[in-house]
Design a protein around this ligand. Structure first.
Ligand code: SF4
Length: 363
């Protein structure tokens, strides 16, 4: 598999761009680089960015070798009180058939995942108020009791400080909360008025303070996104210094206000993955399902561009299609065991290796 295939027919990287990659490589240690400078590697005109990806790959191998970590994703509910304009399971989408799994069903999905070799379980859902803190505590302690060597990651949206703390004390290790955009006006363009840019950011700092390994991130090519906003995203990530950065292309969902917008591009996503790896050598960086949705080899190319995590789905097959954040999502029909087998082969094709470990951050 060759990343050059992505750039067929495009001009070679310029000497100036190569210099910028070299500068970026040194930036994690010594050299100062402005985020505006970095953005020049990402924006048009298109060029063959293989050199950038190779640089990112070197850094990733120095930190994590050939290892790719798996996270078993349980999408436990598609009810959500929020109305993010880009999201297929937003509150006002009446066409969604809603579901929620019971606490017992969630723990049993985690058990199945453990049997398949997962050592991190991710609980992800819409902001569904019908689960109390006590419910989540039961789920976390259930997983912990059955599998003490397994990490528990939460992706439950915005909650109160007390709630984050309670769940951490119960044994949750990590929390994923994408910041979505570091520009306030852009945040307000993507979200309804009742959602707060400040509260999202504050939550991320609270999670850090409590002791979680924290994940932030954003969509690439989201409606209204500009190079200037991407520079702000990088500056914000530098300031927050998260352990995980989740980034995938924006993929429209037809039953949302952004249903007719253009999807985010493959090359922008791959270049951004490499830039992130160079800026944050230690970071846990998924090759997302959204990336696999916009291109059949998207996740493989993502791994070759600096990503080192994949997140296959452990939810029961009968509800998978219903957790539809965007259109044409892949891997909604297969059994979990099939997904693992398929991913294992795909990862091998790239020259890396799927490993059965917690895969904690290596700072
Ligand atoms: S993005 Fe998350 S918070 Fe927003 S509507 Fe979708 S599930 Fe809810």
């Amino acid at each position: 598999m060759d990343l050059r295939d992505v750039y067929k027919g495009l001009p070679e990287i310029s000497t100036q761009q190569k210099d910028l990659v070299e500068k970026l490589k040194k930036s994690a240690e010594e050299e100062e680089i402005s985020m505006e400078e970095v953005i020049r590697l990402l924006v048009e005109p298109e060029y063959d960015a293989t050199y950038l990806h190779q640089a990112a790959d070197e850094v990733r191998r120095a930190h994590y070798g050939r290892e790719v970590y798996t996270r078993g994703l349980i999408e436990f509910s598609n009810f959500c009180r929020n109305n993010c304009l880009y999201c297929g399971i937003r509150r006002d989408n009446r066409k969604v058939e809603r579901y929620r799994l019971s606490c017992e069903e969630i723990v049993s999905c985690a058990d199945e995942g453990y049997g398949l070799g997962f050592r991190t379980i991710v609980l992800q859902g819409g902001e569904d108020g019908s689960y109390s803190d006590e419910d989540f505590c039961r789920i976390i302690s259930g997983i912990r009791e059955h599998h003490p060597d397994c990490a528990v990651t939460l992706s439950l949206g915005e909650r109160s400080y007390e709630s984050y703390k309670k769940l951490f004390q119960e044994g949750a290790d990590r929390y994923l909360l994408r910041h979505e955009t570091a520009d306030k006006a852009h945040y307000e363009y993507l979200h309804p008025a009742e959602m707060s840019f400040e509260h999202r950011r504050e939550s991320l700092y609270q999670l850090k303070e409590i002791g979680y390994q924290v994940g932030a991130g954003m969509m690439l090519g989201s409606p209204g996104q500009t190079p200037e906003y991407l520079a702000k995203d990088l500056a914000f990530l530098k300031e927050l210094s998260p352990d995980m950065i989740g980034m995938g292309p924006f993929v429209p969902h037809k039953d949302t206000p952004f249903g007719k917008e253009q999807q985010g591009g493959l090359t922008l996503t791959l270049k951004m993955l490499s830039v992130i790896r160079l800026l944050f050598p230690y970071v846990l960086l998924p090759a997302t399902t959204a990336l696999g949705t916009i291109h059949p080899l998207g996740r493989e190319y993502g791994l070759m561009s600096g990503a080192n995590v994949v997140m296959p789905n452990l939810s029961p097959t009968e509800v998978r299609k219903l957790y539809s954040l965007y259109n044409n999502k892949i891997c909604t029909g297969e059994e979990s065991a099939q997904c693992v087998g398929c991913l294992d082969l795909r990862v091998k094709e790239t020259g890396y290796e799927l490993v059965s470990r917690r895969g904690d951050v290596r700072r």
